[in-house]
Design a protein around this ligand. Structure first.
Ligand code: TRP
Length: 454
């Protein structure tokens, strides 16, 4: 049998996993949900969710991958050969198809906006409504939306096609430092704008009256999405690690990088939005409708707008490859396909599943299921149902089914002394997986499918 692929270096794994985590979730979604939920107080709750639930579940996912050296289906099968748990792994692969299908669409918009930025289109508008009009025009043009969708899907396939070391790892080693440099430049631009202090205050001075049950749940749901949890993406990346690698420290580094980038994106965006005197609480259009106007007003806005949309594409691409890799790893490990065939066939299928999402804004705008267009339906199904359910089941599986003793022994192997030699730390990790995380996720889940309301 051919030897299974693996990471070339430890830092390669960290950058790839951080690349998976850092994505549209950090730069597009985090700022707008923080904006909608009142800023600083929400950010605080989000940080708590990341630390108390995100980090422990991330460790559990990476652990399952590292122990079994398999894709999600193979991982569950190796640890517990029952139909139910294998199906949970299968649900992860299905979630991969769904999430990637619409992720490609939004990333395609970002790609198209690099071109708009270069063309200088943003200087034509003076209000977000005008920028919104332009956005609507673009997404209503099938060639525009499908063309960039296809281009982005092709880029993702190109990276994954080249393999774990030569594609994903190498790509991450190039993309992540670049991403970091760009975001630092944008932060410096943001904080040196007149009136940027109001944007900083929005992010850091908490207005606790804005916190309610809803914002807590949005924060937890986002903690999952932003760390790529709940469908086996981190499991798959963990499966290319060596058995001696240190999981607790790696997970901590990934979480710190992801959180840092979300906060920096928040700073860059809110300082600029407040400085331009615009409203931060506009929802998903913040990036495609408000920011172009901000750039039009900002000194040097032409250059910064190009950098910003390059940043968005880099973040999206390093995440999209992790989603495709879950699917590819499944066909390679379980079906004996070769990587190239898996990438070409499955990448094309994912693109095709994404076509109705792409067309949700034009030809298929009137096709509604449960009152949602195709794009919103897939997003809702994946992010609000499959991911929390997957996260819940992974926590329960590791702590209860695979079992405390085995999980503890496994997580300590390779772990640095700060984790391995402190009983309270490792026991704390296990208790979170056993009780706290499942209960919290369950509440979010019921909430997000509308069974309970606060
Ligand atoms: N974490 C990415 C983001 O913040 C999205 C992502 C990539 C993802 N892979 C995932 C989300 C797997 C859930 C599961 O944009």
């Amino acid at each position: 049998m051919k030897k299974r692929e693996s990471w070339g270096t430890h830092v390669g794994f960290i950058l790839a996993a951080a690349g998976s985590a850092i994505g549209l979730g950090n730069i597009w979604k985090f700022p707008y949900i923080a904006g909608e939920n009142g800023g600083a107080a929400f950010v605080f709750v989000y940080l708590i969710c990341i630390a108390l639930i995100g980090l422990p579940v991330l460790m559990a996912e990476i652990l399952m991958g590292r122990e079994t050296q398999r894709n999600p289906v193979g991982a569950f099968r190796a640890l517990n050969n029952s139909k139910f748990w294998i199906a949970v792994g299968g649900m992860g692969v299905v979630a991969g198809f769904l999430i990637l299908s619409y992720y490609n669409v939004v990333a395609g918009w970002a790609l198209g906006y690099i071109v708009e930025a270069i063309k200088g289109s943003f200087f034509d508008y003076t209000t977000p409504a005008m920028a919104g009009e332009h956005f609507n025009q673009l997404v209503q043009t099938p060639v525009w939306i499908l063309g960039y969708h296809l281009l982005f899907a092709g880029l993702t396939m190109f990276v994954v096609y080249a393999g774990v070391k030569k594609g994903i790892e190498l790509g991450s080693k190039i993309m992540m430092p670049l991403l970091f440099v760009i975001i630092v430049i944008l932060v410096i631009r943001g904080i040196t704008l007149p009136g940027s202090g109001k944007g900083m205050a929005f992010l850091w001075v908490a207005d606790w009256s804005k916190i309610n049950g809803n914002s807590v749940l949005v924060a937890l749901g986002h903690a999952f999405f932003t760390l790529s949890l709940g469908m086996g993406a981190m499991m798959t990346y963990g499966s290319y690690m060596s058995r001696e690698d240190d999981i607790p420290s790696s997970a901590l580094q990934i979480v710190i990088l992801d959180t840092l980038i979300a906060l920096l994106a928040g700073i860059a965006i809110f300082t600029a939005v407040f400085s331009a005197g615009l409203n931060p609480a506009v929802g998903p259009g913040l990036i495609f409708q408000t920011l172009p106007v901000v750039f039009a007003k900002m000194p040097g806005g032409y250059l910064f707008s190009i950098l910003f949309f390059i940043l968005l594409v880099l973040a999206a691409l390093s995440s999209a490859i992790s989603l495709l890799e879950v699917i590819v790893a499944y066909f390679v490990d379980e079906k004996g396909w070769d990587r190239h065939r898996a990438v070409l066939v499955m990448g094309t299928i994912v693109f095709l599943i994404g076509v109705p999402s792409s067309l949700s804004y034009n030809l298929m705008a009137d096709v509604k299921v449960f009152g949602l267009n195709f794009f919103d339906l897939v997003d809702y199904l994946a992010a609000n149902i499959l991911l929390p359910l997957g996260g819940f089941l992974i926590a329960v599986f590791v702590a209860w089914i695979w079992g405390s003793d085995r999980a503890l022994r496994a997580i300590k192997s390779g772990a640095a002394t700060w984790f391995r030699q402190r009983h309270e730390v490792s026991a704390g990790w296990l208790s979170v997986l056993k009780y706290f995380a499942p209960v919290m996720i369950f509440v979010v889940f019921l909430y997000s499918i509308g069974i309970i309301r606060f």
